[in-house]
Design a protein around this ligand. Structure first.
Ligand code: C2O
Ligand code: CU
Ligand code: CU
Length: 538
């Protein structure tokens, strides 16, 4: 008989697990060593499974200062990457790594940056951390120098100016560090922020739905974190899938959001290291209908009515839900519904859940936030039937195919790991070409959210999908509602082959090197990544 991770977790609460201890924060590990070779430490006694969240803290909304301060980037901004003690959880302050700066005389941390499409963004990063970091502009079509990948680390004490025109479609993007081997640590330790690109079309959509950003249109930066009893983020560099025992939404633990009985637009980002969510709004055990308006990199052509939607690390969802018909005093829950996590990678069992005491096992239902309804009911609304005009997807023969697989405990793309031939680009793409990539995930594997820098793309076809994806798919090509829009990160399930179409047009010249990688940050750090060049010559 074999026992799976879930059964093992049950044991974790018993005496059998007394010898299993979580590990310490990885922040002090030596950069010079290969993180996979670092010794493992077992400092604190195992924690019991966390009690269910009570949702007692008002959700942080973007304000004028501190965490998630919302600001219009109308002038250059300086951001310092530094470690600051922040009262995040009640009790001891959390030593949080963040991007801190000053805007209009106010202290801002991990600010929510609002830019108009076409405008210039100028941000100087001053690195006060004891190790290299970067700012990567996830989803934006920028040149290599501004891309902030591990190819261009900002050394301790150094600074770098990111400066480029934001030409990308209106949508919610995000920014985060991207140092080789250390992205998981930096993001888990607190560095990430939202970047909202807006244009006239957005203004019209908001006007037609009577939405106000920050009031009835709410950004939700969602992440699970492993947090110690002393309120510190715990992370071990070199480990696998780092799931957590607490969920923070907009840096708020156990948040509730006080809402009126009317329509709301939520802009969700999964900024977790490794945990995919299966997003739903649930009232009294029933998943409510909502409309999917957009995905990672823009609006869909028409709203899709759904009850659930996967949200893998790095992905965004733009959704509209109407609470007008629900009774007053209802408590709706933003939930991750149970799903099959398909952890078929054959990794040793003493993993994952035991290293993350109190963490809800991957795939188990997990409440993220409460939404409390009050007041008089507004008139129910419908979103406009047409949101955007998307170009028809172009099917074409496969240009390149990639196989994601594991050997021992190493993740590989076509037999190679990024760290084998560090930063040697694997192939060249001719600028302006349209390519179809097929990403095949082994059956003995895990779901991998595969992300391409600088180019948004369309999902063309899913082949060999597991039942939980087939059930959501409608029509040809096995596509789910979420596959009907622009994306920069696509979740590829074990056994699946996913075809994507990418237009490699960009306004830059010369060779530009970008990354293609899994956005499970531990996989990325362990080398499930490659770099490729976009240039004028193929
Ligand atoms: Cu959001 Cu290469 O990353
Ligand atoms: Cu990216
Ligand atoms: Cu992965």
């Amino acid at each position: 008989m074999t026992i799976n991770r879930r059964e093992l977790l049950m044991l974790a609460g018993s005496a059998a697990a007394a010898w299993l201890m979580p590990r310490s924060v990885g922040a002090q590990s030596d950069h010079a060593h290969h993180p996979l070779l670092e010794p493992r430490r077992f400092p604190t006694p195992v924690q019991r499974i966390a009690p269910p969240p009570k949702f007692v803290t008002p959700l942080r909304l973007p304000g004028h200062e501190d965490l998630m301060a919302s600001l219009r980037l109308d002038a250059p901004l300086e951001l310092y990457s530094r470690v600051v003690p922040i009262p995040l959880l009640g009790g001891p302050h959390t030593l949080m790594w963040c991007y801190e700066g000053e805007h209009a005389g106010r202290l801002v941390r991990n600010p929510l940056l609002r830019v108009r499409r076409g405008q210039e963004l100028a941000i100087r990063l001053r690195n006060e951390l004891p190790e290299s970091t970067t700012i990567h502009w996830h989803g934006l079509n920028v040149d290599e120098r501004n891309d902030g990948s591990g190819l261009h680390p900002v050394l301790p004490g150094a600074s770098n100016l990111y400066r480029f025109a934001v030409k990308d479609a209106a949508s919610m993007y995000w920014y985060h560090p991207h140092p080789h081997y250390r992205t998981g640590l930096h993001i888990h330790s607190g560095m990430s922020g939202l970047l909202l690109v807006e244009d006239e079309r957005e203004d019209q959509l908001r006007a037609s739905l009577d939405l106000e950003f920050g009031v009835t249109e709410i950004p939700l930066l969602i992440q699970d974190k492993q947090i110690s009893e002393k309120n510190q983020f715990q992370y071990e560099v070199g480990d696998d899938d780092w799931i957590g025992n607490r969920v923070l939404v907009n840096w708020t633990p156990e948040p509730y959001f006080q809402a009126e009985r009317r329509a709301y637009r939520f802009r969700l980002l999964n900024a977790s290291n490794a945990r995919p969510f299966n997003i739903a709004f649930v009232l009294d055990g029933v998943a409510l209908d909502f409309w999917l308006l957009g995905t990672d990199a823009g609006l869909l052509d028409r709203p899709q009515r759904v009850k659930q939607c996967f949200l893998a690390p790095a992905q965004r969802l733009d959704v509209l839900i109407d609470f007008a018909r629900l009774p007053a005093a209802s408590r709706v829950r933003l939930t991750s519904l149970a799903f099959d996590p398909m952890e078929n990678d054959g990794a040793p069992l003493v993993d994952l859940h035991l290293e993350h005491p109190g963490a809800t096992p991957l795939g188990e239902a997990l409440d993220l936030m409460a939404i409390d309804l009050e007041g008089k009911a507004a008139r129910p609304i419908r979103p406009p039937s047409r949101l955007a005009s998307l170009p028809k997807v172009r099917n074409a023969p496969v240009t390149r195919s990639f196989r994601v697989h594991i050997e021992g405990r190493r993740w590989l793309i076509d037999g190679r790991n990024h760290h084998d031939d560090m930063d040697t680009p694997r192939f060249r793409v001719r600028r302006g070409d349209y390519e179809v990539w097929e990403i095949a995930n082994d059956t003995v594997s895990m779901p991998h959210p595969m992300h391409i820098h600088a180019f948004r793309f369309r999902v063309l076809e899913r082949i060999g999908s597991p039942a939980q994806i087939r059930e959501q798919a409608a029509g040809r090509a096995g596509l789910t509602p979420q596959d009907r829009g622009w994306t920069d990160t696509v979740l590829v399930w074990p056994g699946e082959r996913v075809r994507i179409g990418i237009d490699f047009s960009q306004p830059f010249t010369g060779d530009q090197t970008y990354m293609f990688h899994c956005h499970n940050l531990e996989h990325e750090d362990q080398g499930l990544m490659l770099s490729f060049v976009v240039g004028d010559e193929a």
